[in-house]
Design a protein. Sequence first.
Length: 129
Amino acid sequence: MRTPIKPWLYAVMFTAVAGCSSQPTQRDIAMHKPLVSLAVLKAKPGQQHALKAGLLSLIEPTRAEPGNLDYVLFERRDEPGTFYMREAFKNQAALDEHFATPYFQRFAATADTLLSEPLQLIFLEQVSN
């Protein structure tokens, strides 16, 4: 049975699609561009170890996805329990496939108990090599 997607995940997925292009005429181009983002995840009090474990469990299978280019977890030194996942996928389709994987869906099902606020997904445009 497939786990229902949480409302915050619909918002993230919509932002992923809408945030790729500011002009509808560029949508097709955006669907084929690499997507680079930072996911910001803040743990509820007492949940930082569980959140970290959940995020770490995503690393290996995500890196094995054919459309994944980068997936690295960071924790703020000055704010334990605040995590940043640097992510890059070949294109929008690869990101959509990532959201649909069973392991991501399992993590999404636990997010309400782990996160103090909705996940924030910040899309980046590379400006240097």
